[in-house]
Design a protein around this ligand. Sequence first.
Ligand SMILES: NC(=O)c1ccc[n+]([C@@H]2O[C@H](COP(=O)([O-])OP(=O)(O)OC[C@H]3O[C@@H](n4cnc5c(N)ncnc54)[C@H](OP(=O)(O)O)[C@@H]3O)[C@@H](O)[C@H]2O)c1
Length: 298
Amino acid sequence: MTSSSAFSSSPSPSSSFSSSSFSSSLSPADRLGFGAMQLPGRWAGPVVERATAVAVARRAVELGVRHIDTAAFYFSATERANDILRDALHPYPEGVTIATKVGPLRTATGEMYAEARPEQIRGLVEENLRQLGVDVLDLVYLRVGRLKAVGGVPIGERFAALAALREEGLVRRLGVSNVSAGQLAEAREIAPVAAVQNRFSVLDQADRALVDECAAAGIAYMPFFALGGGHTALQDEKLRKVAERHGATAHQIALAWGLARSPAIIQIPGTSSLAHLEENMAAARVVLDEDDMALLER
Ligand SMILES: NC(=O)c1ccc[n+]([C@@H]2O[C@H](COP(=O)([O-])OP(=O)(O)OC[C@H]3O[C@@H](n4cnc5c(N)ncnc54)[C@H](OP(=O)(O)O)[C@@H]3O)[C@@H](O)[C@H]2O)c1
């Protein structure tokens, strides 16, 4: 896999802890990525046809996506996100980062039942290497919490297990997901953290302090559920008003809001629809002004 254009340094896999800071000079278009969780479909919902999912992943890269977010635990009854990405994009184009995560353990029918113990982290990283068909993973998050964040729980041992795999050359950059400020600080004591992935959107701005902390520290912040996590989540009066002002959709405003909110933010909206993908990528052209941002502040 290639090194990312989203990070200002590209430590070689064998190097010791060198800095991996996020480049805040990226344009909004460069900060519009793609989340692969919708590609296989859901256990509870319909499975997405492989050909459709492959077409969406390929189109994402054609439209300029340089950051794709996945996990071995994104799968439906018949499809896995990592297999789809490999089918669609391997050998991965120069400059495209594939970020994955380890932590939650899922049953074959999709339920998250436990968090990985430190000694299980290697097997999970190797699973991602195999599925994605690479020797080194660009960015791997330790994803904390089975279903939701558990702020007070120490993550040191598990993060150290992941950091050791970076030292070994299996992982280029490290991230943490679903974490509190305390857990991020704990991780940073162990190894450089290149990215944080937490829940944050125009509708849920509770993590604002951590977004600002990441920006100040040169850490990329990839919000999940930037679109609220579902089809009807963005039915909001203020969003509608701003969307009308710009001749845009609520989904485009939600994405443009994150890009305007912080230079650390790389959006990873999820879709298995070509039409929604095109719409989401066009959000890079929507520039929100101070009045829009003030109206959308919560
Ligand atoms: N670290 C974590 O704990 C964590 C948790 C959840 C997700 N994630 C990551 O975050 C990414 C995004 O999460 P997500 O996909 O669940 O939520 P999301 O991006 O907030 O929303 C996706 C939902 O919005 C719909 N959608 C997308 N674009 C649309 C548009 N233009 N118009 C109307 N509907 C639209 C999608 O349906 P269609 O497919 O029909 O477009 C899907 O139902 C995931 O892919 C995953 O990589 C991480």
